[in-house]
Design a protein. Structure first.
Length: 313
């Protein structure tokens, strides 16, 4: 807080400017449009996912601009940046500009995923080596987990982190914030169920996971973010504290870089003491702690050992 020991200086009083004389018959100058093309444009290349149908508008960030097209929910739009000085809609004046120079209101799309250099998406040999030293495990063991969890790549083709949304976790997380999931289940069966069952979730896993996440965020954002597994090592957002983040949103931001995903993995293994299991190549023990009690149903431990053997060959 600022100290009140110092009294503010009196503002200088300025005299009004003389009124300009307008010649007879000269029309008065027209006021500048309120929503002219934004002059405070912030360059921030990336992508956003449409949550509700959005009108793409021409020339300026305002609702009176011509509609170029209407984009449906689930569509990923590439943007060049945004302005926070567009027309205020529902208290929000942030508008995005797409790569064609058109504008759309931010209130109907998800968070901006900032475009990173391609080099930020791929883990390097040096990074694997450093992580192996931190955990005191073999590089092949880390690569085995990376391969089984995400096929060795923590990102989608559009640069967003790979995620898998878990409806049974969302059920629990809503209860943690005193929201009863039962009355919310109708119409949300694809994102909200009390128990995990492979026959139930298999079709949901084949859906667009970001569409499922955005749908859940409309119920409760933090609970939704905690209910997805993120990145190359598919760490659940609910484990953000074990990864060194007090806030799940900061954990999610870290997933936008391969280095951030690897750092979370190292911290999570240390916090949960699974580094010893990986160090000793105790695949069943590691699988139990990392994948859960049902790991044997999908042969998670067998897959880890097989991947490890391939890297050691």
């Amino acid at each position: 807080m600022f100290s009140n020991l110092f009294k503010p200086k009196k503002k200088a009083v300025s005299l009004p400017s003389p009124v300009p004389v307008v010649a007879a018959g000269t029309p008065p100058a027209m006021p500048a449009p309120v929503h002219a093309p934004a002059d405070d444009f912030i360059v921030s290349p990336g992508t956003v996912t449409v949550v509700r149908a959005v009108k793409i508008r021409k020339a300026k960030p305002a609702t009176n601009a011509d509609v170029v097209s209407i984009t449906q929910p689930g569509t990923v739009i590439s943007v060049s940046g945004y302005t926070k000085n567009g027309e205020k809609v529902e208290g929000n004046s942030k508008w995005y500009k797409d790569n064609d120079g058109n504008w759309f209101w931010s209130g109907v799309v998800g968070d901006l995923i900032i475009q990173q250099p391609q080099s930020s998406f791929k883990l390097t040999y040096v990074q694997f080596t450093e992580a192996a030293a931190i955990l005191d495990v073999e590089i092949a063991a880390i690569k085995a987990v990376n391969t089984v969890e995400s096929s060795g790549n923590g990102f989608l083709p559009d640069g967003r982190p790979k995620i898998l949304f878990e409806g049974h976790i969302f059920w629990k997380e809503l209860k943690h914030v005193n929201i009863d999931p039962v009355p919310l289940q109708a119409g949300n069966e694809d994102i909200l169920y009390s128990k995990w069952d492979i026959d139930l979730v298999r079709p949901y896993y084949k859906m667009d996971q970001y569409q499922r996440l955005e749908k859940a965020k409309r119920i409760n954002e933090d609970a939704a973010l905690k209910s997805a597994s993120w990145g190359a090592f598919q760490i659940l957002g609910a484990n953000h504290t074990a990864c060194g983040y007090d806030d799940v949103r900061n954990f999610v931001i870290a997933q936008n870089l391969a280095a951030g995903q690897l750092k979370c993995f190292c911290q999570f293994l240390k916090s949960s003491r699974l580094d010893a299991k990986l160090r000793n190549l105790d695949w069943a023990g590691f699988a139990m702690g990392y994948n859960g009690a049902s790991y044997a149903k999908n042969k998670y431990d067998v897959k880890l050992e097989s991947a490890y053997d391939n890297f050691k060959a």
